[in-house]
Design a protein around this ligand. Structure first.
Ligand SMILES: Nc1ncnc2c1ncn2[C@@H]1O[C@H](COP(=O)(O)OP(=O)(O)OP(=O)(O)O)[C@@H](O)[C@H]1O
Ligand SMILES: [Mg+2]
Length: 256
């Protein structure tokens, strides 16, 4: 699904502010996989995500989605950004926000409206379509952003710290929502988070990035029983072991 080959990104190359955000990164993600990427703050996670999404062009190497080199945002790709308050249009109703990207698809107005209603239902917001984003709580707004991505029926969904700014309980609900929608729609998900526990809880696999310039310092398979459960999964001995392992890698104290 996704193949990242020797990817580098330098901001402000040749200027006094030159910054090497990513340096020769290799990574591949299989179809249907839910990959979590963790790494220290500022290491280059969002830069990596923007490169995958075709929002910026790498200064070295390449990204391939379904075998095609990414030069602009691939058609089958959706992104959920961290800052929901800036990713929803305040003057549009929730339903219109969700339906908006569908204009890029060959769908008439009725089909777009139905797809938006279905996506809102799948995130538990079937009654919020006529409301405006400011009338919803933060967690609900983030669910709208997720619904918008789902309505688009992407084969690859990228999520950049999607639960970074909601309370702990909402965060757990949204983690479970991702696992649940992923069970219903066949798709590959790359989720970026700085939360080590979250990466192990939702991921099939966790990739750990180093400090800047970002590179892969750990790649761990998460073999926890499904379905995952906020209480029992987190007390599972494999969970406890894996989060320690990821924690060591993030802090640069790898033991393996
Ligand atoms: N447009 C830009 N111009 C110049 N430097 C940038 C730009 N965007 C990001 N950077 C720098 O690149 C580095 C990586 O930024 P990036 O946003 O990818 O990190 P991150 O891992 O997502 O951080 P966080 O955990 O805080 O979200 C940072 O040092 C940042 O200052
Ligand atoms: Mg970031």
């Amino acid at each position: 699904m996704l193949e990242i080959d020797n990817l580098s990104h330098v901001y402000g190359g040749g200027t006094p502010n030159e910054h090497h955000a990513i340096d020769g990164l290799n990574l591949s993600v299989a179809e249907g996989e839910l990959l979590c990427i963790v790494g220290p703050s500022g290491c280059g996670k969002s830069t990596l995500l923007r490169s995958i999404a075709g929002l910026i062009q790498p200064t070295g190497g390449q990204v391939k989605v379904e075998g095609e080199v990414v030069r602009q945002t691939p058609d089958n790709l959706a992104v959920v950004f961290q800052d929901y308050s800036r990713s929803l249009f305040p003057w549009m109703s929730v339903a219109d926000n969700v339906a908006l990207p569908l204009r890029r698809k060959n769908m008439d107005k009725k089909q777009r409206r139905e797809a938006a209603a279905e996506a809102l239902e799948s995130v538990g917001l079937e009654n919020a379509g006529r409301k405006y984003p400011f009338q919803l709580s933060g967690g609900m707004q983030q669910r709208v952003a997720i619904a918008r991505a789902l309505a688009y029926r992407p084969t690859l969904m990228l999520m950049d710290e999607p639960f970074g700014s909601v309370d702990a309980q909402t965060r757990e609900d949204l983690e479970d929502l991702v696992l649940q929608v992923r069970g219903h729609h066949q798709m590959t998900i790359v989720l970026i988070t700085h939360d080590i526990d979250e990466s192990v809880y939702v991921g099939d696999r966790v990739v750990v990035l180093s400090k800047a310039p970002a590179n892969v310092v750990g790649d761990l398979k998460v073999d926890l029983p499904a379905p995952r459960d906020q209480i029992t999964t987190r007390e599972h001995s494999d969970f406890v072991h894996l989060r320690a392992e990821v924690g060591r890698l993030v802090r640069g104290h790898a033991t393996v």
